[in-house]
Design a protein around this ligand. Sequence first.
Ligand SMILES: *Cc1c(COP(=O)(O)O)cnc(C)c1O
Length: 379
Amino acid sequence: MKFNTKTIHGGQEHDPAYGSVMPPIYQTTTYAQSTPGGHKGYEYSRTHNPTRNALEKAFASIENGNYGLAFGSGLAAIDAVIKLLQPGDEVVSTNDLYGGTYRLFTKVYEDFGIKFHFIGMENANKIEQYVTPKTKLIWVETPTNPMMNVIDIVAVSGIAKKHNILLGVDNTFATPYLQQPLDLGADIVMHSATKYLGGHSDVVMGALVVKDKDLADKLYFIQNASGAVCGPQDSFLVLRGIKTLHIRMQRHCENGKAVAEYLASHPKIGKVYWPGFESHPNHDVAKSQMKDFGGMVSFTTEGNDYEGAIRIVERLKIFTLAESLGGVESLAGHPASMTHASIPKEEREKTGVVDSLIRLSVGIEDEEDLIADLKQAIG
Ligand SMILES: *Cc1c(COP(=O)(O)O)cnc(C)c1O
């Protein structure tokens, strides 16, 4: 099955009871047993739920994996991955990381004795100097949030395999429509399904997909033992979202390109970060591992002034000033005061998250309306 067909049919069966085309929302905690242990595969909904399982199969299908797991949020999914580790273990991670992931690593798991190295991985060879016998996980976000750095997954996976280290890729920004990390050598692919997979800004959810059965079993154990699962209603909504992922992404990419090009031509705009520009430092890698360049665009003001950036985001009318991304509607965010406020200023600025940086999640509205909105807001 090819990708567009998979988004609609991957891992899905018509419901055996009445043939319903969409899986019913099994809003139940428990399942009747005829005798102790005499059940139909379902005992308790933390462990298994038919609606969630339908979604988990869809996750596995679209990411070309064998096993999918759904969690109550993207961070709950990452939390489950870190629980594969033990005190004393080390993780090498990209430095330009989603703020909440950075917070989970440094404010929660460092206290449990896990050591994190945050480094720029645009040159994958840099990773090896941080690898020790205790390194158990390499964690990659690409494109990164919000600087749109692109990391060569094949190159990183070569290093991970050589040292027998797990490679996890946060594929939230790209989605499997653009990039399939398991095919590029990653062991675990993770999503904040809150974003493009759900796609309608109405569900918070996380996902993991793996190929390897042993790894899947460990993660299923953690999913059930720690219990950060999502409910059946949310599972249904994300399953519905995935069915239009390919056409939404196509439009996100078209509009993202138009917005990036408009901003790059505007005299009052400073830098524009978008992997589709030939001048982007890792454009070639983006071209080889991604099908297109996505709908996320970041930029600074010409004078790099905080007030100027705030004025722009306040004036936008179609772009809503809000956290999050990946929904059908366009959103604008100011990372320094919003999504990345939990990262200390010196750390932030080292990676380019300066005070005038604005991040756009370009939605699927009409391109002309989006450009006109930016035009009036920039003034
Ligand atoms: C939003 C996001 C997360 C966290 O996901 P939640 O669903 O908000 O817990 C992780 N990584 C990236 C890249 C994100 O954008």
